[in-house]
Design a protein around this ligand. Structure first.
Ligand code: RVP
Length: 501
């Protein structure tokens, strides 16, 4: 006989948090949203910690390179979408890593024999105005000078003029030796009132630059997610089909963390994928797995060696899996059960496997609910698709400014690997829709507002960290009538309600 779970499964909107005692210390400025991204042993630190508990969904309409940079700058991490060729995905990862804050490898290089015309062409291509002039024109050649926009006047000079005749030569440049720290480099920049500082190896070859504007950017973005070389942290989606080809390319491109992207993760395919990664790379390559919705699914992936486990089937805003296949579970119920299993697993093994709540976040307070229920971080698709930095075009539809947002299981994305169950019939039916979401402006402002709401609620619950919230939170199921009461009611609203509140 089949197993029946007679309790209905619930979603976030059916829960509320009951405030707890908050002391005078409990103010938003004292709240830390730091949270582990990958598993760690008791008493040790996770190899990667997020500054805010938000990652962007592994989707074509969400996680491109622009969003990845902006989210990392603001404390979260993007997972670049895997429904593209392994080469294209690796190139996207590489472009995010090339945008590092702090030390920058020079991507604009010419030789002294090149001309002003070459400078102008290069500037048009890269958009960068500082060009390193090396003996052989390569990024790590011997530095002989620099050309910035201050070195030439297009209206007064012949385009065939040789760079050697107008560059600022090495003797006149302030330079630093390779091995210098970022803060020492910044001091030199400030003391000498310069915009860029070339960093040279002992033999005079160019290592890279430190730019003044990157220092300013770091001060404005204290939550920046940076790796040991001060490059932005970025994740990448993989699948359980072409991992032998895809993973090495992503690792070489510098991906910090991978995630097996599947609508249903309680499968031998995922175990094989993780095993292959462990055999080839040991623990040096971090890989999350999912999605699951119960304790068995979690334990299976944790024991298979996943670095984090993703929870959620059918709750995504563009997802019609429940409708088409009749599988899934209310997101809150799934999360509560999985997080309980995670805590027991930690007790038993001393290994903490972070849980990611994926999909179905409609209001900002759903993030706080997910964290209170035990999630370490949340993955969002619709939320990020609305911002300037998502890869899709802005449009006006019926007088409203919108952005496009489509599911990975829609005919538009045709991410068959995400839904594949073996065999050669690829994506026989759709599990996602193509849609619009209201345009919401820049990521930075929106994420700051969302996080301020999360911090405020945490204070109401007397919690200064996510771990504390998970221990202290008191949650209550609410009746259908109470849900109606939760919004403005029995008044005539003057303004239109914001879509994300
Ligand atoms: P949401 O944030 O509610 O838009 O949900 C995003 C999540 O939905 C993704 O992270 C993924 O798990 C899921 N998804 C993506 N495509 C589809 C689909 O086509 N059904 N579902």
């Amino acid at each position: 006989m089949a197993t029946y779970i007679n309790e209905p499964s619930h979603t976030f909107n059916e829960y509320l948090l009951i405030p707890g005692y908050s002391s005078c210390e409990c103010i938003p400025a004292n709240v830390s949203l730091k949270t582990p991204l990958v598993k760690f042993k008791k008493g040790e630190e996770p190899a990667i910690e997020l500054a805010i508990p938000m990652v962007s969904a592994i989707m074509q309409a969400v996680s491109g390179e622009r969003l990845a940079v902006e989210l990392a700058r603001n404390g979260g991490v993007s997972f670049i979408y895997g429904s593209q060729t392994p080469e294209d995905e690796a190139a996207m990862v590489a472009r995010v890593k090339a945008k590092k804050a702090g030390f920058v490898f020079s991507d604009s290089n010419l030789a002294p024999v090149n001309t002003l015309a070459d400078i102008l062409a290069l500037k048009a291509k890269t958009g960068h105005s500082t060009v390193a002039i090396t003996e052989d024109g390569t990024p790590n050649g011997k530095l002989v000078g620099i050309v910035s926009s201050r070195d030439y006047r297009v209206s007064r000079m012949d385009r065939s003029e040789k760079i050697a005749d107008f560059m600022t030569p090495l003797e006149k440049l302030v330079t630093a030796r390779f091995g210098i720290t970022l803060s020492e480099a910044n001091d030199i920049i400030w003391d000498n009132k310069i915009n860029s500082l070339p960093v040279l190896y002992e033999d005079g070859r160019l290592y890279g630059f430190v730019f003044r504007k990157d220092y300013d950017s770091h001060r404005e973005n204290p939550d920046e997610m940076l790796d040991a070389e001060k490059r932005f942290v970025v994740g990448a989606g993989i699948n359980s089909r072409d991992y032998e080809q895809r993973v090495p390319l992503l690792v070489n491109a510098g991906a910090d963390v991978l995630c097996i992207d599947s609508s249903e993760g309680f499968s031998e395919w995922q175990k094989m994928t993780i095993q292959w990664i462990r055999e080839k790379y040991g623990d040096s390559v971090k890989v999350g797995a999912g999605n699951v919705v119960d304790r068995e699914g979690f334990l299976f992936l944790a024991e298979a060696g996943a670095d984090f486990v993703k929870v959620g089937i059918g709750g995504g805003s563009i997802c019609i899996t429940r409708e088409t296949k009749g599988i899934g579970r209310g997101q809150a119920t799934s999360l509560i059960e999985v997080c309980q299993a995670r805590d027991e697993y930690y007790e038993r093994t001393g290994v903490y496997v972070p849980v990611c709540s994926d999909g179905g976040i409609v209001y900002d307070h759903h993030i706080t609910l997910a964290l209170a229920m035990g999630a370490d971080f949340v993955m969002l698709g619709r939320y990020f698709a609305r911002f300037d930095e998502s890869p899709t075009q802005k449009r006006t539809v019926g007088g409203t400014v919108v952005k496009e947002y489509w599911g990975e299981g829609s005919n538009r994305a045709r991410n068959w690997a995400r839904y594949d169950l073996g065999g050669d019939k690829k994506l026989q039916f759709e599990e996602g829709v193509d849609s619009y979401v209201p345009y919401a402006g820049p990521l930075k402002e929106n994420v700051a507002k969302t996080c301020s709401k999360v911090r405020a609620t945490m204070c109401n619950c007397g919690a200064l960290t996510i771990a504390e919230l998970q221990k202290k939170a008191k949650l209550t199921l609410v009746s259908a009538t109470s849900i109606v009461e939760g919004g403005a009611h029995d008044v005539i609203r003057k303004e239109k309600e914001s879509d994300n509140g």
